[in-house]
Design a protein around this ligand. Sequence first.
Ligand code: MLC
Ligand code: AMP
Length: 512
Amino acid sequence: MKSCTPIFDMQNNQNLYAVLVSRWPDAGVALIDESGVAITYAALDEMAARTAAALRGLGVGPGDRITAQIEKSAQGAALYLASLRIGAVFNPLNTAYTPAELDYFVGDAEPAVCVATPDRAEALRGRDAMRGVAIETLDAKGHGSLAEKAAAAAPWRDIAVSSADDLAAILYTSGTTGRSKGAMITHGNLVSNTEALHAAWRFEAGDVLLHALPIYHVHGLFVALGTALYNGSSILWLPKFDAAQAVSLLPRATVMMGVPTFYTRLLDHPDFNAALVKHMRLFVSGSAPLLAETHRAFEARTGHRIIERYGMTETGMITTNPYDGERVPGSVGYPLPGVSVRIAGDDGAEQPTGEPGVIEVRGPNVFKGYWRMPEKTRAEFRDDGYFITGDIGVAAEDGRIRIVGRAKDLIISGGFNVYPKEIEDEIDALPGVVESAVIGAPHPDFGEGVVAVVATKGAALSEGEVIGALKDRLAKFKLPKRVFFVDDLPRNAMGKVQKAELRQIYQNVFRA
Ligand code: MLC
Ligand code: AMP
């Protein structure tokens, strides 16, 4: 086990945990779960210290990866905080990933320990990829072998000294080609982005955050949890988003963050009205485009103008609509302080104002690179340090940005990214399939829904059979919600499949 450097000089420690702790109130409540159990900041710090001790006891040290595929609980939050505390690298995974998908992540991240819910842990034990990896359990209530070890351990109260450049987390993001890439996110990335958002959204004493996002992605873990912990706020800590539960708890909150689906589901709820949220200070939306019509409907119903912001796993948050200025529907606002954004042509040269181009980003928020993939890292950065997002934007004269498309073949369903290539590869491997094209079609609940168009040359294959064959291989949110069969896929003169044409043909499949 590598040794952790204990804190001697708290002031110069760039470890996110040291930054957070230095701002925590003595007695305030940090997390309140759905049954009303409250955990104070002091208790959360104690849980993190005990969990840190348990991890240290398992041999986990600075720089070691901790893979976690767990449900959301207070103990789950403490695991993340403990990982920061000991200078380890937190690697949270979507709970929907199948064991087959997990093999890749574990094989790539090579964690010292994998924490999973008991049923998943059972499925993981004995898999080749898990050889040499300690498996610990944590269930939805925060119980399990890790919690037992933490309870029995003497708290580890130090905080590892980290530089801004040291890794805090690896979050996997899929690519348009090839395997998922682990985005290496540093303490400096997180501290700078947290501070920028905290200031931009004017967090204040007394703010209470309604937190219903999953904590295995940037939005729930770094943006929502991060800013609220930085503020020393109380957090209504819900296992998942449920519109009825949100309606009943919103009167106790002042801030809510969500993906657009949260807002359309709230608008669909009959009891969601202006009186319920008149005391609210802020609603934030991100991770996927918020339709201008949703923005307007929300304002008409509640009087609140949602702040839309834009970000990415690799960059954290990039832009936000202003707190005081105009929150324009369909716009993602202005770059955060310290973040440079340019709209570039294919060669990286800045486009004239008003011309669409790829959004490129540079700043302390931009990640360090892809884990063990130097070529992929080089391919996504310009020589002058700008990261190429693959999103197409237009900048107005005053710098306000609108996202108008994607240069990458990506579907965003309910805030989760689905890369068509991954689904197509699985479908193409099925007997009877000649080839396939996976596209996103407008979906009233998820924004985009996954549709597969499969060329079979007449082979007998049903929608149910295709979906059934993918079930054990792919996370549920990636499964096509509809499958259509054709003889041939449309192609252009160069032989390239015409996805734009397919999107046109299937644009109404989810509309009533
Ligand atoms: C669940 N399902 C989905 C889905 N979520 N299918 C497609 N897309 C999704 N997002 C599946 C379920 O498995 C289920 O399948 C069926 O669809 C209906 O499920 P549900 O009960 O209606 O879904 P629910 O559990 O309520 O989840 C919906 C949701 C959730 C919107 C609450 O997906 C969610 O929390 N999304 C947030 C994602 C997020 O945090 N993204 C941030 C990424 S960070 P079946 O077969 O059982 O019926 C990022 C950077 C940035 O992008 O800028 O923030
Ligand atoms: P992820 O890789 O999961 O971090 O997803 C990042 C992607 O989500 C970005 O590259 C965008 O395509 C998309 N995204 C995030 N926020 C917004 C937004 N407000 N509007 C449109 N797209 C967004």
